[in-house]
Design a protein around this ligand. Structure first.
Ligand SMILES: C[S@@+](CC[C@H](N)C(=O)[O-])C[C@H]1O[C@@H](n2cnc3c(N)ncnc32)[C@H](O)[C@@H]1O
Length: 361
């Protein structure tokens, strides 16, 4: 398929920090740069990788979370595989109670109502039964997971798992906001809609695209012409809960690791989130500068494009200095952007999304 740089439509996503809404602006800044191969190191929803694929680039998506990686297999790596109507019917046949019931037992009353927990257990068990040769099976499974993850997000207040707040959904109160219909729409209806959506966005890129699932520091430069960084947002003196992707999406990460979820879970934690050593440099105001600099050094032979926000740590000036120290030519672009859950202490007008573009000399 010919790439369509003017068409920025990417699937609807409910992902914290997604760049989906500003893809036309990012395209404007990327388009003049000379590159064929690119790596999207903190890929998240995959919206930027998908843009790069549409631009005809040879793109590698990466993210540390496995559920994001599965989404990217469906959205970025997949060129032509689809679930057939029969496969969809098999996945969505009525639920019986003989399926493994880890979600029903572990998360009762926390994120979904009982019948929905049963449905989630059933569908994960059915996804692993999808048949096909080795390559088609990989993509069909990823499409099914994509639809499952998006359905789970659609039915959650704030589209997150950082609170056990099922009661927001179920309480019998008068509401001034309109999400209740989406929350109460049955899982199979959402699932079908998201399968249709991903199918309509699937296309064969000009080059083969890939998805990977590594910590950013495990990647090597691999001769990419361009490296794109969109790391979690850290601010001094202010804990930004929604930058903690491990915590906000622990339930989906568990689903993506279903057979070993019981070993990964922190059963003492009220959210039943996944165990972590609590020492994530990308969330730590003291360690994050060194973590970014280390990546800049690894990719110093590539064009480095970094998405950033004002008031972050390190500051934009500090990032520019780091890149200049590596002998790169740097330009900074910025525009206003309103974030869904972060209103910059009540002043959305102060939000600025920045793009730092650095080229080796
Ligand atoms: C701001 S989001 C990226 C948003 C993405 N550009 C989009 O448009 O959806 C940051 C991403 O970094 C990922 N991440 C966090 N720590 C990471 C690490 N150490 N290595 C790789 N990815 C990481 C998170 O899972 C999250 O998806």
């Amino acid at each position: 398929m010919k790439c369509l740089p003017a068409d920025f439509s990417s699937p609807s996503t409910r992902y914290q920090g997604s760049k989906r809404k500003i893809l036309p602006w990012i395209f404007q800044k990327l388009n003049p740069l000379l590159f064929e191969t690119a790596v999207d190191v903190f890929g998240g929803s995959g919206s930027v990788s998908y843009l790069l694929k549409r631009m005809g680039k040879n793109v590698t998506y990466n993210d540390a979370l496995r559920w994001n990686y599965l989404n990217a297999i469906a959205l970025v790596e997949n060129g032509s595989f689809r679930l057939s109507e029969d496969e969809l019917e098999t996945l969505l046949r009525p639920v019986t109670r003989k399926d493994t019931n880890f979600v029903s037992r572990t998360f009762k009353g926390m994120y979904y109502i009982d019948s929905e927990n049963l449905w989630i257990d059933a569908i994960v068990n059915r996804i692993k039964e999808i048949r096909g040769d080795q390559s088609s099976r990989k993509y069909k499974i990823a499409i099914a997971y994509y639809a499952l993850f998006q359905s789970c997000l659609a039915k959650r207040p704030f589209n997150l798992f950082h609170r056990r707040n099922l009661s927001i959904r179920t309480a019998n109160v008068e509401r001034t906001f309109g999400n209740k219909t989406t929350w109460d729409t049955p899982f199979p209806v959402h699932f079908r809609r998201f399968v249709k959506e991903i199918h309509s966005h699937t296309f064969e890129g000009v080059h083969k695209c890939r998805a990977s699932n590594y910590d950013a520091h495990e990647l090597n430069s691999d001769g990419y012409d361009l490296a794109y960084f969109d790391p979690p947002y850290v601010r001094s003196g202010k804990r930004i809960e929604t930058s903690n992707y491990h915590k906000c999406y622990h339930f989906l990460e568990g689903l993506a690791n279903y057979p070993r979820w019981h070993r990964m879970i922190d059963s003492q934690n009220p959210l039943r989130s996944l165990r972590s050593d609590g020492d994530d440099a990308w969330l730590n105001p003291i360690k994050v500068s060194a973590a970014i600099e280390r990546l800049f050094v690894t990719f110093r032979k590539s064009i480095i494009v970094t998405s950033y926000k004002k008031h972050g740590i390190p500051s934009i000036e500090a990032l520019v200095k780091m890149l200049k120290r590596l002998g790169m030519t740097v330009s900074v672009h910025s525009r206003h952007y309103k974030y869904a859950l972060n209103h910059q202490n009540g002043s959305a007008a102060a939000n600025r999304e920045c793009l730092i573009v650095a080229s080796p000399k």
